[in-house]
Design a binder for this molecule. Structure first.
Ligand code: A5P
Length: 233
C-alpha cells in the first residue's frame, strides 16, 4: 500500500465514524480499508463509545479484539445497525460493487444483507465505469470438484483462476476455495450474478448489487459521501 493510498483510506475510514452512534451493533468488513476503520473505532471505544460488533473474517476479529472492541460471536447473526466495509470496485451510478479480494466475500455478504445500512469506504482508485473493468469477480466454491465448477464458470465467460498462496489453494474462513473470474467490463451485472449463483458448486460471488447505502470516497481533492439519489444517472 502506498503512503498516499493509505492516507486516503484512513480519511474514508474516519469519515464513516460520523455514522456510528452509541449502542449500535456494527458489522466490521475485511481488507485494509476496513482494518483502518476498526483501528479508528477502537480509539473511539477507548474514549468511551459503547458499541458491539460482528466481524466478517478471523483477521478483522483478531484486530478488533486487540483494540478493545467487544464482538458478538453468534452464528444466528443478529440484525446489524450499520456495517462499514471496503470494496475492490465501485460503480457509482448503480452502487454496484465487486468485493472479495481478501477472500471474505461470503461472510461479508451475509453481514451486509443482515445490516440496516451498508457503508462502503474506499479511495477513488476503486471507482469504475463498469464492474469487472479492473478486477476479476471472486467466486467462493465448494473445494470438492473445483475443476468442474471452474469449467461451468468458464462457459459463462468468466476465465476462472483458482486463488493460491505459496502454491496451495487459498481456503476461506468457511472452508471454501476462491476462483478469480475475469469477465472484463460487465454490461449486465445482475444477469452474471444470477448465472453464477445458479451453478452447481458455487456458494456465492463477489458481485454486491443493491446493497450499499452510502459510499464514502476519499481522493486527493477531498472526501465525498455518495448517496444513491445524489449520483446522476
Ligand atoms: C475482502 O474480502 C474484500 O471484500 C475487501 O473489502 C476488499 O478487497 C477491499 O480491500 P481493501 O480495502 O484492502 O482494498
Amino acid at each position: 500500500m502506498t503512503a498516499e493510498l493509505d492516507a486516503l483510506k484512513r480519511v474514508a475510514a474516519q469519515r464513516a465514524l460520523d455514522f456510528v452512534k452509541d449502542g449500535m451493533l456494527l458489522g466490521l468488513g475485511s481488507g485494509s480499508t476496513s482494518e483502518l476503520f476498526a483501528l479508528a473505532l477502537g480509539e473511539r471505544v477507548a474514549a468511551g463509545l459503547k458499541v458491539t460488533a460482528v466481524a466478517t473474517s478471523q483477521r478483522v476479529a483478531d484486530l478488533a479484539r486487540q483494540h478493545g472492541i467487544t464482538l458478538i460471536e453468534d452464528d444466528e447473526l443478529p440484525r446489524i445497525d450499520l456495517t462499514v466495509d471496503g470494496a475492490d470496485e465501485i460503480e457509482p451510478r448503480s452502487f454496484g460493487l465487486i468485493k472479495g479480494r481478501g477472500g471474505a466475500l461470503l461472510r461479508e455478504k451475509l453481514v451486509a444483507t443482515a445490516s440496516d445500512r451498508l457503508c462502503i469506504i474506499a479511495d477513488d482508485s476503486k471507482l469504475v465505469g463498469a464492474l469487472g473493468e479492473k478486477v476479476p469477480v471472486p467466486v467462493a466454491i465448494v473445494p470438492f470438484g473445483w475443476r468442474r465448477t471452474a469449467d461451468r464458470i468458464a462457459r459463462l465467460g468468466g476465465d476462472p483462476i483458482l486463488r493460491r498462496a505459496d502454491g496451495a489453494p487459498v481456503v476461506s474462513d468457511d472452508g471454501l476455495y476462491i476462483l478469480d473470474c475475469r469477465f472484463g467490463p460487465i454490461s449486465e451485472p445482475a444477469r452474471v450474478a444470477a448465472a453464477l449463483k445458479g451453478l452447481l458448486g458455487v456458494v456465492d460471488h463477489g458481485l454486491f448489487l443493491g446493497l450499499a447505502w452510502r459510499v464514502i470516497v476519499a481522493s486527493a481533492s477531498g472526501v465525498a459521501v455518495l448517496e444513491p439519489r445524489t449520483v446522476s444517472a
